[in-house]
Design a protein around this ligand. Structure first.
Ligand SMILES: Cc1cc2nc3c(=O)[nH]c(=O)nc-3n(C[C@H](O)[C@H](O)[C@H](O)COP(=O)(O)OP(=O)(O)OC[C@H]3O[C@@H](n4cnc5c(N)ncnc54)[C@H](O)[C@@H]3O)c2cc1C
Length: 727
């Protein structure tokens, strides 16, 4: 915010969601009706960055971004953003306060450009040259902000400034070229030009988000209505996945803007990094995504009247509105940030950190999680027991089964983060899934028999769901459990990809008990001892060269009736509830992205070519900056998703978006790491462990995009539940 205002940004209250929606509605209506600057001024929308003490509405970057998004959504040509920024730049200087007021009222117009576009003669304050003007043909004032310098203003009415009409690249806004001939540029005091520049960049991103949202809905409506090959075009999966990609981009962009706007209200060191990441993310993705909308629309997309190309031009112009594209490369490489800001969890975090620090048996290698020696197995089981005993896992269980009656769900997230930070072995997902199923569906005898053994790590559980012929389509399970005349069950068939099966004591199996009715109605869940007679296990080597999962053959296994869990024919419900057990999905895991980026930086900093580290090469820096911005987007969305999960206000398919963003970004970062290692092998000893981690992560990354629902299945879910596309 402009300095000297008397308003402390740290004291600002978080925006009330209801107020934000009200503001959004007001802005949408004004822009849709193409009303004038004065109307925007009357509604207070030009005063959102000017302190209250100076007649404004306070420093409200989030609100300014909401209005910008609506301007973009309606492709409005009203030059409101320049007035907003110029008023904020001028209001802190007494000499320009009246001007600021008329800008806030919409009675004067301004155009804003980057300060580095102007060469001011320091002695005379004179400027000559040409400046592109966007939004008005002949603005009253030209205001230059940013580049770490104080803002300057040129009063076009008093100075020698002429305007040449010019064809604007952005067809949604009028434009001209201002020609300055020894005009006087006045330095303006009382404003933080860099902060204003950041706000301007973010508002340009928000405007692009609106344009993207407009383009995506327009093309979606078109494809839902348009029938070809006797189906709505939007029912074709290839189209659905591309619409889902637009939805993922919108969600990530929205989260980035929300997070970055939050940082503009506090004096956060990481502001520059997140701003650069946001700007880079929007520049790279949004114009290209709208471009894809044109392809999706077919011939009509190629017409001047169908407005997609206007949205594309606008988003491309926004990408270069205030900042040169090279900026992110120079601003990257800040150390990884850990989110320690949730005060209520601080005490618990300290406890978790202490337990992990004292007991973690070794550092975990991604993709090498199962023990390979009896000693490793012993220390892993001891470790899991310690985690239960200290309330780091199992705290959400009922109190009479060892849980904590005062359990705070946020603590689950803290534990994940701390385990990842310490690179300590993480609890086994399949064990968490089994305990959730037993707690939710087990009878008293089953709970008493199995839960204590899980807490003592006597029983490791595995998940016997997938089969050679069925993974994504789980309802296609063929392995059978047949009811014998003595009331017991006989099992036959094959399961595969069974993680940890080779050292597990128990398996949660999904088996077909009936072929009648709908496919998923004939499934039943069973609790299967892994040492049952008739169970044969063949470990399979993963692509990372580890024994992590297995083929499991079921041949003549006999189970007692009490091995059924959740009721016969209810297996689908049991399995689905188990798969959704993870409350925050990849909430804590997202920290891994930062650790991977840190490893990349370390490796690139250690490899010398021609006596200088490759980290100094522009292509390497650019690639890492790009990956860093992808990681920021994933992290921002996942953080928003966690916030919504905590407040029980999740949106449809949020979890699928979080998984896709996280797993695909993880893969992209790790793959680049593997490329560097392959190109520069052997990596110097100083970065050998980081290089090994990157290669491990690269190979492991496909586990994340395949297991627990593939990336394609995530897009199917987004298409169906979030976009409600015809099936
Ligand atoms: C590391 C790892 C650990 C695993 N651990 C376990 C475990 O412990 N227990 C267990 O039961 N399973 C486990 N799995 C199996 C996992 O759940 C399946 O691999 C996953 O569900 C995908 O099934 P599939 O391998 O049969 O692939 P398929 O379903 O055959 O898919 C092949 C390709 O087709 C695509 N595809 C499939 N259906 C659709 C569709 N409708 N629309 C568009 N594209 C589609 C997929 O995205 C994929 O690209 C594990 C897998 C891995 C990689």
């Amino acid at each position: 915010m402009p300095s000297g205002s008397g308003t402390n940004p740290r004291e600002m209250q978080a925006a009330d969601p209801a107020d934000i929606e009200l503001l959004r509605g007001t802005a949408r209506k004004i822009f849709a009706d193409d009303l004038s600057l004065e109307v925007l001024g009357d509604a207070g929308l030009l005063a959102l960055l000017t302190p209250e003490s100076l007649g404004g509405a306070g420093w409200r970057p989030l609100e300014a971004c909401v209005v910008a998004e609506e301007a973009g959504r309606t492709l409005s040509g009203v030059p409101w953003a320049s007035n907003l920024l110029a008023a904020a730049a001028l209001s802190g200087d007494l000499r320009w306060r009246d001007t600021a007021e008329s800008l806030m009222a919409g009675q004067a117009t301004a155009s804003v450009a980057n300060r580095d576009q102007l060469d001011v003669d320091d002695r005379t304050g004179g400027v000559s040259g040409k400046v592109a003007v966007s939004g008005s043909r002949e603005p009253d004032f030209l205001v230059f902000i940013g580049s770490g310098r104080e803002p300057v203003v040129v009063d076009c009415r008093a100075e020698r400034v002429t305007f040449d009409p010019s064809q604007s690249f952005d067809t949604t806004r009028v434009g001209s070229t201002a020609v300055l001939r020894e005009a006087v540029a006045h330095a303006v005091g009382g404003a933080d030009g860099s902060l204003l520049e950041d706000a301007a960049v973010l508002m340009a991103c928000a405007d692009s988000l609106g344009a993207l949202s407009f383009a995506a809905s327009l093309v979606q409506e078109h494809l839902v209505d348009r029938v070809a090959f006797e189906r709505p075009l939007a029912s074709f999966q290839v189209i659905q996945h591309r619409l889902a990609n637009l939805s993922i981009l919108e969600a990530a962009g929205d989260a980035l803007i929300g997070r970055a706007a939050g940082l503009l209200t506090v004096a956060a060191e990481s502001r520059g990094q997140l701003l650069s990441a946001t700007h880079s993310y929007f520049r790279r993705h949004v114009p290209a995504a709208i471009d894809d909308c044109i392809q999706l629309a077919g011939g009509i997309g190629f017409t001047w009247e169908f407005p997609l190309h206007h949205a594309m031009r606008r988003s491309l112009a926004n990408s270069y509105a205030m900042r040169s594209p090279r900026t992110p490369v120079t601003q990257v490489f800040v150390a990884p940030q850990f989110d320690d800001t949730r005060a209520e969890a601080d005490q618990f975090r300290a406890h978790a950190r202490r337990v992990i620090g004292e007991h973690a048996p070794f550092q975990m290698r991604e993709g090498h999680r199962a023990p390979t020696t009896p000693e490793e197995e012993f220390s892993l089981r001891t470790w899991y027991r310690v985690l239960y005993e200290n309330g780091l896992i199992g705290a959400s269980w009922p109190a009479d089964r060892g849980g904590d009656p005062d359990h705070n769900p946020l603590h689950e997230l803290v534990v994940k983060e701390e385990l990842i930070r310490a690179r300590a072995p993480r609890p086994i997902d399949q064990v968490q899934l089994a305990s959730h199923v037993i707690i939710s569906f087990g009878d008293d005898a089953q709970k008493t028999r199995y839960l204590p053994r899980i807490r003592k790590a006597e029983d490791i559980w595995c998940q016997l769901f997938s089969e050679p012929d069925c993974g994504s389509d789980l309802a296609g399970i063929k392995a059978r459990a047949e009811l014998r005349s003595d009331g017991r069950w006989a099992l036959s068939g094959q399961k595969t990809w069974t993680t940890d099966g080779h050292w597990a004591q128990m398996g949660l199996a999904l088996l077909r008990t009936s072929t009648e009715g709908r496919r998923h109605e004939g499934l039943t869940a069973f609790l299967v001892p892994m040492d049952s007679a008739g169970l044969e296990l063949r470990p399979k080597l993963t692509i990372g060269g580890a024994y992590e999962f297995n083929d499991v053959f079921l041949d003549g296994i006999v189970l007692e009736p009490e091995q059924v869990i959740g009721g016969v024919g209810n297996g689908w419900v049991v399995a689905m509830s188990g798969l959704e057990v993870e409350r925050f999905g990849v909430g804590g895991d997202v920290l891994l992205l930062e650790l991977l980026i840190a490893d990349l930086v370390r490796v690139a900093g250690s490899i010398d070519v021609d006596r200088s580290p490759i980290l100094d090469r522009l292509d390497v820096r650019q690639e890492i900056a790009t990956l860093e911005s992808e990681a920021s987007a994933a992290r921002a969305f996942v953080a928003d998703h966690v916030d919504r999960a905590l407040r029980n206000i999740e949106r449809p398919a949020d979890a699928s978006i979080a998984k896709a963003l996280y797993s695909e970004t993880y893969h992209a970062i790790a793959r680049y790491g593997a490329e560097l290692v392959a190109e520069h092998s052997p990596v110097p000893d100083t970065a050998a462990s980081e290089a090994q981690r990157l290669v491990d992560a690269w190979l492991w990354s496909r586990a994340l995009t395949i297991s627990g629902g593939t990336s394609e299945i995530m897009r199917n879910i987004i298409a169906k539940r979030r976009l409600r596309l015809p099936q």
